[in-house]
Ligand binder design. Structure first.
Ligand code: HEC
Length: 152
């Protein structure tokens, strides 16, 4: 007759527990390592460059030169490296300081992706014919009115 090992039930539980623990740790690590361009932009950059990147901010009125309107440039005019470099090095002679102390290259990369994305979508929108933009705005207004009507 084999003697039941004292540890058998304990050992049976260790593996699943260790696996769950490892999974949780991995998840926490991933969450920490994840840096979100939009969140960073909204923390460090919007004061001058505006939420939409259009530089319509109070701060911009007292800066010389003022921050440029990201939404009025195309991706070709505004290369990725320029954004990353600016975030890390700043722009000499302007209010744009280096964010090297608080942000790393990866953050800069994430911001760059966000800024370009936001700027480009607005730039593309601006290239649409005026009548189409007007029509879209009109439809959205109409939808809003209909919603307001039905929701009371
Ligand atoms: C104190 C106000 C201020 C803050 C905060 C600020 N900027 Fe700037 N930024 C400026 C000014 C002023 C300029 C120079 C004019 C220009 O080129 O837009 C500039 C320039 C830039 C440029 C270069 C544009 C070009 O033409 O090459 C980029 C990219 C940029 N900022 C991104 C950022 C990002 C990303 C953040 C946040 C991490 C940030 N800025 C925070 C004021 C600011």
């Amino acid at each position: 007759m084999s003697k039941p090992s004292k540890n058998s039930s304990f050992r049976g539980n260790v593996l699943p527990i260790a696996m769950i623990g490892a999974a949780l740790l991995l998840q926490a690590g991933a969450a920490l390592a994840e840096s979100d361009g939009e969140a960073i932009y909204r923390f460090y950059c919007y004061q001058c460059h505006g939420y939409a990147g259009d530089a319509q901010t109070l701060a911009s009125t007292s800066l010389s030169p003022p921050p440029r309107d990201f939404t009025s440039v195309s991706a070709d005019e505004f290369p990725i490296e320029r954004i990353v470099e600016t975030v890390l090095e700043g722009r000499e002679g302007t209010g744009m300081v280096s964010f090297r102390d608080v942000l790393n290259e990866r953050d800069a990369d994430d911001i760059q992706a966000y800024v370009l994305d936001a700027a480009n979508s607005q730039w593309e929108e601006a290239q649409l014919p005026g009548w189409w933009r007007g029509f879209k705005a009109w439809v959205l207004d109409l939808v809003a009115v209909v919603f307001a009507f039905f929701l009371g």
